[in-house]
Design a protein around this ligand. Structure first.
Ligand code: IMP
Ligand code: MG
Length: 190
């Protein structure tokens, strides 16, 4: 990992802190959804490490499904909120309790699109569980039900989060050196 570590300005959330907070969220979800039909919907790709650790701390029966989206416009570090579904759910979510599992909420545009889209499919409920939240960046109001950590307005990578598809495999969340992330792209995957 030596190669990637030189690109990280500082560690924001350690592996131990991620593990401890994930266990707390899993405990809360297990309590809140006891005796309910729970479907976790992971937003690819950023949410995948969080999902896989989170479900190991959930003690109640549940299913998982995946959705892949991309946002048009914006830059590699900023989504425009114009969203395209690259891969839709397998599951029919009608009358089911959906819990969206995301890596990070920034402006809120992506999540607001996804929740509105899922609500048209008549689920019993749609709630949101995000590992990270940048409240200072919010442009669209989204109700977050479970939040791992509120973080400052810095571009972070690791534990599923990427810059230009790299750094997802870091086991901690770190701040990328700002000189490494300049320049627009046309479409970026989550
Ligand atoms: P939003 O639509 O502005 O809330 O953007 C959310 C998406 O932007 C996330 O799912 C990430 O893919 C990406 N994103 C936002 N901030 C960061 C960051 O600090 N690091 C990596 N990806 C980010
Ligand atoms: Mg991304």
């Amino acid at each position: 990992m030596g190669d990637m570590e030189k690109d990280i300005a500082k560690t924001l959330i350690t592996r131990e802190a991620l593990e401890a907070r994930t266990a707390e969220l899993g405990e809360a979800i297990s309590r809140d959804y006891a005796d309910k039909d729970l479907l976790l919907v992971c937003i690819l790709k950023g949410g995948v490490l969080f999902l896989s650790d989170l479900i190991r701390t959930i003690r109640i029966p549940h299913e998982i499904d995946f959705m892949a989206i991309s946002s048009y416009g914006g830059t590699r570090v900023e989504s425009s909120g114009v969203v395209r579904i690259l891969m839709d759910l397998n599951a029919n979510i009608e009358n089911r309790n959906v819990l969206i599992v995301e890596d990070i909420i920034d402006t809120g545009r992506t999540l607001s699109y996804i929740t509105e889209n899922l609500r048209t499919r008549n689920p019993a409920s749609v709630k949101i569980c995000t590992l990270l939240n940048k409240p200072s960046r919010r442009e669209v109001d989204v109700r977050l039900d479970y939040v791992g950590f509120d973080i400052p307005n810095e571009f972070v990578v690791g534990y599923g989060l990427d810059y230009n598809e790299h750094y997802r495999n870091l086991s901690f969340v770190g701040v990328l050196k700002p000189e490494l992330y300049r320049g627009p792209v046309e479409e970026s995957r989550h």
